[in-house]
Design a protein around this ligand. Sequence first.
Ligand code: BEZ
Length: 397
Amino acid sequence: MSRLTTTGSIGWALALAFLWLALSASPTHAQQAKLKVGLMLPYSGTYAALGNTITNGFKLAIQEQGGRLGGREIEYVAVDDESDPAKAPENANKLVKRDGVDVLVGTVHSGVALAMAKVARESDTLLIIPNAGAAELTGALCAPNVFRTSFTNWQPSYAMGKVMADRKIQTAVTLTWKYAAGLEAVAAFKESFEGGGGKVLKELTLPFPNVEFQPFLTEIASIKPDSVFVFFAGAGAVKFVKDYDAAGLRKTVPLYASGFLTDGTLEAQGDSAQGLLTTLHYADGLNTPKDNAFRAAYRKAYNAEPDVYAVQGYDSAQLLEVGLDAVKGDTNRRAEMIQAMESARIDSPRGVFTISKAHNPIQDIYLRKVEGRENRTQGVAIKALADPAHGCKAAGG
Ligand code: BEZ
């Protein structure tokens, strides 16, 4: 009898141990498990600096929350996507299938982001895009699990076309890399510039990420337009601005661009960039409490000045925080999480922005002027600009 009782208590103890183990693996307990964030960004090549500052901004926002969002500790898995669309499906699949990330964050290059979004849609993984501006991501290919915290290629360039048309500039030649970002930026510029009475005389392109600009500068000099509009970013932008100045064009044919030309690049561009006018959703000298606090924190953490890419990384983490807080870290409550992210008002260093039905920021676009090492704000060029989101059914497009 007593042997039976002893066996019985061992049995109970075992049963309790099994129950505890089973509970540990249940969804309620899973809330305590780490949340894996897959950072797929360029850490080499032309856009390496952009990938690094996005990562810095993202991690800063998480650190400010004690390393946790929605009660869950954040763990990172990072992949260098090299801004190479051909490698993108394999890189994104590795993060989703091999590493089992809960959220994908990436990337900079539009072509790579389009491939990432395909993997995200097929695997139903939440994707937050901290830069790439391809229209389709929040247009024809918009999806409930795909959000962007940056811009569409249309937004900043449309604003610059309007600024230039308002200034009665008559003609322009455009030059950019021949891939989605550059082509969409030029199309947006042309839409507002020609809509406001200007004329694009010639659209020049070169393959990404080539930086042999000389033949194009010679052609621009022979066309003699009133202005030049370009899309370049990262290391390519540094070289372009220096080459444009060295060719003697800076003083004869005014250069305009979306702000990617001069953001995070001014140290390297030096005097060649002085006085350049650009349009972007961030600027130096905003002097708001939020931006001042962000800049101070970024400087303290990284001993460097933040740029637009750092802001976009920071805001990607802020958007994720809104979603995870709403469900107390339980990512199985996906619909509630998405709903919270859709109705978020992000208190960004750029200014407060909201999320459109297509999941893209509705935001102010600033006119900026290079002064010293800063892109000083000259005021808002277009207020609360929303992308047209062509083809996104959720947005009625
Ligand atoms: C893009 O590929 O979408 C992009 C890259 C750098 C800056 C802006 C846009």
